[in-house]
Design a binder for this molecule. Structure first.
Ligand code: SPD
Length: 281
C-alpha cells in the first residue's frame, strides 16, 4: 500500500496521520473521507476535518457521554444530535436505565460508511432496539420537540463551519434548554481551547447566558487541532454534572478507558487560569 499523509490544516498547522485514503466522496451534505492510518486504525474526516479514528475515539465519546449520563437525575430518554459514527449512542447504551435514544443525523452517508468501515465505533448500537435513528436536521428537531421531553440532550456535531454552524447559536441552545427536563443535563462538544480559542470562549459564554449552570470540561483527542479538546455541560436546577452518581458510575467505570468519577471531578476543576479569567468577564 502506498502510504501518504492525511492532514487537517488549521491556522498554519497540519494535524496528520500517515496512511491511505480508502473513500473520498461528496455526499449531499459534505465531503466525506475514510482513511486507514498506520497508528490509529481507520478514521473519518468531514470537509477535511478529523472526526474520529478507531483507536482514539474513546477519548472523545466517553467524555461527552458519561459526565452527563452518570449525573442526570434520570436517563430514560436521550436525544443525540449528530453522532453519525455511532460512538455516542454506543456509550449511552452502556447504561441499562436508558430506554429510548432519538439520534438525529443529517448525513445518511456518514452512517453508511461508518457501519461499513468503522464498525467497532458504533458497536452493537446500530442493532439495539432502544436506538431510534432519524436522518434529518437536528436543529429543526430541537425546535419542534416538546417541552421537557428529554432527560439528556447530547450534541455530537462537527465544527461550527458548514452544516454544523447552527448547532452553536443562542436559538439552538434555548431550544435545547426548553426540551430538557428541569433535572436533566445538556452537553455539547465545544471545540479546542487552543486551536479554536475564541470560538470555544464564545460557545461557553453563550451556553452560560442560556442555562442556569454551565461549565466546560477539558480533555484530549490527539488528532484534533492542538489535541486539547472541550465539552460543555449545562443544567437548569443545579450543576449536576459535577457529581457523578455512585450507583451508575460503578457499573460504567470498568467499561471505560478514560472516564471515571475521579476523572470527571478533576477535569471540571482543571480549568486554565486564562480561561477562568475570560469566563469571569
Ligand atoms: N474538529 C472535530 C470536531 C469533532 C466533533 N465530533 C466528532 C464526531 C465523533 N462522534
Amino acid at each position: 500500500m502506498t502510504e501518504n499523509w492525511i492532514d487537517e490544516y488549521h491556522l498554519g498547522v497540519r494535524y496528520g496521520l500517515q496512511g491511505k485514503v480508502l473513500i473520498q466522496e461528496a455526499s449531499d451534505v459534505q465531503e466525506i473521507t475514510v482513511i486507514e492510518s498506520v497508528r490509529y486504525g481507520k478514521g473519518l474526516l468531514l470537509n477535511g476535518c478529523w472526526m474520529t479514528t478507531e483507536y482514539q475515539e474513546k477519548q472523545y465519546h466517553e467524555c461527552l457521554v458519561h459526565p452527563a449520563l452518570c449525573s442526570a437525575a434520570e436517563i430514560k430518554k436521550i436525544l443525540v444530535i449528530g453522532g453519525g459514527d455511532g460512538g455516542t449512542a454506543r456509550e449511552c447504551l452502556k447504561h441499562k436505565e436508558v430506554q429510548h435514544i432519538d439520534m438525529i443525523e443529517i448525513d445518511n452517508r456518514v452512517i453508511e460508511l461508518s457501519k461499513e468501515y468503522l464498525p467497532s465505533i458504533g458497536g452493537n448500537a446500530w442493532n439495539d432496539p432502544r436506538l431510534h435513528l432519524t436522518i434529518g436536521d437536528g436543529i429543526a428537531w430541537a425546535a419542534n420537540a416538546e417541552n421537557n421531553s428529554y432527560d439528556v440532550v447530547l450534541v455530537d456535531g462537527s465544527d461550527p463551519i458548514g452544516p454544523a454552524e447552527g448547532l452553536f447559536n443562542k436559538t439552538f441552545f434555548e431550544n435545547c434548554k426548553r426540551i430538557l427536563k428541569p433535572n436533566g443535563i445538556f452537553a455539547t462538544q465545544s471545540e479546542s481551547p487552543e486551536a479554536f480559542q475564541q470560538i470555544h470562549i464564545d460557545i461557553v459564554r453563550l451556553i452560560r447566558d442560556v442555562f442556569n449552570y454551565s461549565d466546560p470540561l477539558y480533555g484530549w483527542v490527539p488528532i484534533y487541532p492542538s489535541g486539547w479538546w472541550s465539552w460543555t455541560f449545562a443544567c437548569i436546577d443545579a450543576p449536576r454534572y459535577l457529581n457523578p452518581l455512585k450507583k451508575r458510575a460503578s457499573v460504567i467505570s470498568d467499561q471505560c478507558e478514560i472516564w471515571s468519577p475521579r476523572w470527571q471531578k478533576g477535569a471540571f476543576q482543571a480549568i486554565p487560569a486564562f480561561l477562568e479569567r475570560e469566563f469571569e468577564k
